[in-house]
Design a protein around this ligand. Structure first.
Ligand code: GRG
Length: 348
């Protein structure tokens, strides 16, 4: 749930940027793969152009995280969604994909301020390199540039994006205020829907809309993106607890150390077993002592937390399958199925 940052622990003197890391997904059709690659490369060129400011001191900040890397998952999803209309990969599709990725980029700047993150995409975060004000303003500038591109895409896109912005901010604020007396698992699901599901849903919606796809198909691709985003986040949160460092390169328990209890932990805490009881006693806040982190991880391995979180993944896969079933039998549908399988396969 901390979305990849390693606050305060792993900052290196000379951190290495990740570089752009397109996920290796077999689309099952070389011609389609070529079209998507070309489209994503065109979006990359647009991103490089649009993150630039009118002053060099702006460009230095707004290009920092774009240059550092990232998967470009959302542009790829938009390009695939555009296959369902008569104009796949047209200029407007490319611009829509660019708007989605620039918005994603802006949220990363703001998220790192809120999380006091030191690193993002393998490099020093903007808040750590400059300061919070600069990082917030860089995110704001990216939103301004995204709005500029959006203006050329018409009022339907602007209206759609107004909704998306609102949901992103609501999710972030919902996470910040916490569940209060409410159900913690419902709260978690609500937050990940708003913070992660909604924007991937937008990529599906806008890619299809600007390619000229019909309304039912556009709606199915938005729901598919939402479900895939939800799976993506739960899987990330499972990996954070249960990953084997030698395989994933990640140190397990980052969220725990920050007092963020994600889905597998929330399920484990509900268990009416001695393991659940011990976890309830220990997990009253952030786990700071490394010995305690090891104990909690061991208890989580003994719990049903992972299994129960995977059942929620399974449920969202069914939702995704329902949307895939609404789509015509074209190569993009098989590719989207592979995208869904990729998001799940990361959990091992
Ligand atoms: C600026 C519109 C706006 C909103 C501010 C801060 C905030 C409200 C929302 C935060 C939303 C957020 C950071 C969600 C996390 C989404 C997520 C899964 C990030 C990681 O995505 P990847 O794995 O990252 O696709 P890369 O680096 O590969 O692009």
């Amino acid at each position: 749930m901390t979305h990849g940052h390693l606050a305060g622990r792993q900052q290196q003197a000379n951190p290495e940027p990740q570089g752009v890391r397109h996920p290796h997904i077999d689309f099952g059709d070389p011609q389609l793969a070529q079209q998507i690659d070309t489209g994503v490369a065109q979006v990359e060129a647009l991103l490089e152009e649009h993150v630039r400011g009118q002053e060099p001191f702006i460009t230095e900040k707004t290009s920092h995280l774009l240059a550092a890397g990232g998967k470009r998952f959302r542009p790829m999803f938009a390009m695939l969604a555009s296959q369902y209309g008569p104009n796949p990969g047209c200029d407007k599709v490319l611009q829509a994909a660019c708007v989605v990725e620039m918005t994603h980029l802006a949220t990363l700047y703001h998220d790192d301020v809120m999380d006091e993150a030191d690193k993002r995409r393998g490099v020093i975060s903007a808040n750590a390199r400059w300061d919070n004000s600069i990082a917030i303003l860089a995110g704001d500038y990216l939103l301004a540039r995204a709005s500029h591109v959006m203006a050329g895409l018409g009022t339907e896109t602007v209206a759609h994006f107004a909704e998306t912005f609102g949901q992103l901010v609501t999710g972030q604020m919902r996470e910040t205020v916490g569940p209060g007396e409410g159900d913690k698992i419902e709260h978690y699901m609500h937050v990940i829907h708003e913070k992660t599901g909604v924007l991937i849903g937008s990529a599906g919606y806008l890619g299809a809309l600007h390619a000229g796809a019909d309304q039912a198909t556009t709606a199915a691709l938005q729901k598919l993106g939402f479900a895939i985003g939800t799976i993506f986040q739960i899987v990330d949160d499972i990996i954070d607890i249960f990953s084997d460092t030698s395989q994933s390169g990640k140190i397990p328990g980052t969220d725990l150390r920050e007092g963020i209890f994600t889905l597998p932990v929330l399920y484990a805490l509900r268990e009416d077993t001695p393991v659940g009881e011990q976890l309830r006693q220990i997990l009253t806040g952030p786990v700071t002592d490394e010995q305690q982190v090891a104990t909690v991880l061991e208890l989580l391995h003994q719990s049903t937390g992972r299994e129960q979180a995977l059942q929620v993944v399974e449920h969202n896969m069914q939702i995704a399958q329902e949307q895939l079933a609404k789509l015509p039998a074209i190569p993009a549908t098989q590719a989207l199925r592979s995208v869904m399988e990729y998001t799940v396969a990361r959990v091992g």
